[in-house]
Design a binder for this molecule. Structure first.
Ligand SMILES: NC(=O)c1ccc[n+]([C@@H]2O[C@H](COP(=O)([O-])OP(=O)(O)OC[C@H]3O[C@@H](n4cnc5c(N)ncnc54)[C@H](O)[C@@H]3O)[C@@H](O)[C@H]2O)c1
Length: 387
């Protein structure tokens, strides 16, 4: 397959993960841009990338580049994605798509108008065993889903002294755990079941209303290793913990607990879906197994093995049974579909990677959740969609 030339913008945790995953597919990372010339120059040299740009605009406007990956803090996604679409580039944007649903609506409309391929990186959909869970639900093996619950817990912002740009609303947005990790969870369960969330009821808590901000930039997840930093006290407005109740379109109930301050939980994303025939459970810290629960026969533990999968899940599995697949492999699957769509000249049918419309829908859910927490009531997603 002839792949387009790609520029990656943002060179932190995600930028580097995107570059490594693109290379696994044989896609040329032609140029990189970061927060400064120095960052771009040193990443280009370290990773043997031919070109570096002084800023994101230069990358977006380079006529040699046909696709851009946006791996920057949330507040930059809207302006960078908009410029890239107007410049005729295919866009793969990190989540969340934007800071507000007004921005995400504009991006989703612009994406529809242009003959370009666009995606939001809700990559967790592409753990092979989650694809198998989706195929099993579609085949009716679970019956009618009626309870969809779980959690996404981390501990990297556990201490008052832990810091990251996500804590600053002007960079991360008005919601933190909900937008940062909650949207992954909601994307996953709605993608697996095909059921829309219709109503939400949320409550938040901020465990550290004052945090200690280092007087210099600190890389994502690097704070755990830093000692004796010089800091300033900063008041925190966003949630460390969120608990959300859901109603789904078929009447199913659900709930999720979200936290970035849960000691010992590194990236503990789990869901359990109870249906009228059986139940399934998965957790990201043990991603190659799916628990299948029955009332009238012994429960099963399905280990990832494409030979035991439905064909649609097998097609999205990279390695044979017994060869663990994890987080980095999910990026390869998203990018493989994204560049496949570019090669075929059209967006894929729904049910593949998350589109800008899906990214916009997550922003609507965020808005409904925020309103619910502020007004202490159930909020219908349709109230938000009408705005
Ligand atoms: N899909 C996932 O699993 C996943 C995981 C982590 C982060 N993310 C998302 O990826 C994005 C980046 O997060 P991260 O953890 O990589 O952050 P990070 O802090 O590690 O990296 C951010 C990068 O953006 C660069 N940057 C900042 N301002 C810039 C500017 N004006 N122009 C160009 N570059 C600029 C920084 O220099 C840095 O290289 C966020 O939107 C986040 O939500 C997604």
């Amino acid at each position: 397959m002839k792949y387009p030339k790609v520029a990656v913008i943002g060179l932190g945790f995600m930028g580097r993960t995107h570059i490594h995953s693109l290379r696994r597919l044989g896609i040329e990372v032609y140029g990189v841009a970061g927060i400064s010339e120095d960052e771009a120059k040193s990443a280009a040299s370290e990773l043997s990338i031919p070109k570096w740009y002084r800023n994101s605009d230069e990358a977006i406007e380079d006529p040699e580049v046909q696709a851009v990956h946006l791996c920057t803090p949330n507040n930059l996604h809207f302006s960078q994605a908009k410029k890239a679409l107007i410049s005729g580039k295919h866009v793969l944007c990190e989540k969340p798509l934007a800071m507000t649903m007004i921005e995400s609506r504009e991006l989703a409309d612009l994406a529809k108008e242009k003959d370009l391929v666009t995606a939001v990186n809700y990559n967790l959909r592409f753990y092979p065993i989650c694809q198998e869970a989706r195929a099993r639900i579609a085949a009716g093996e679970l019956g009618i889903p009626y309870l969809i619950h779980g959690a996404y817990l981390q501990d990297w912002l556990f201490l008052k002294s832990d810091w990251n740009w996500r804590l600053e609303p002007q960079q991360g947005g008005n919601l933190r755990v909900v937008a940062d990790i909650g949207t992954h969870w909601m994307d996953m369960v709605t993608y697996l079941t095909g059921l829309k969330i219709t109503e939400v009821m949320a409550d938040f808590s901020t465990i550290h209303p004052i945090r200690l901000q280092p007087t210099f930039e600190i890389a994502t997840y690097a704070g755990k290793l830093e000692k004796n930093l010089s800091t300033n006290e900063v008041s925190i407005k966003t949630e460390d913990v969120a608990v959300i109740l859901f109603r789904f379109e078929n009447g199913a109930l659900g709930n999720v607990s979200l936290s970035q301050v849960s000691a010992g939980r590194k990236n503990f994303f789990w869901f359990e879906i109870s249906g009228s025939k059986s139940a399934i459970r998965w957790d990201q810290e043990n991603p190659n197994e799916l628990w299948i629960g029955y009332r009238d026969q012994p429960n099963q533990l399905l280990s990832k093995d494409p030979s035991l999968f439905y064909p649609e899940a097998r097609a999205l599995t990279g390695f044979p049974g017994g060869h663990a697949e994890g987080y980095p492999d999910t990026f390869v699957q998203v990018f493989s579909q994204f560049y496949g769509a570019i090669a075929s000249g059209k967006m894929p049918e729904t049910g593949k990677f998350a589109t800008f419309e899906d990214g916009h829908h997550e922003m609507q859910l965020c808005d409904a959740i925020r309103r619910s927490a502020l007004e202490k009531r159930w909020v219908k997603v349709s109230e938000i969609e009408k705005q």
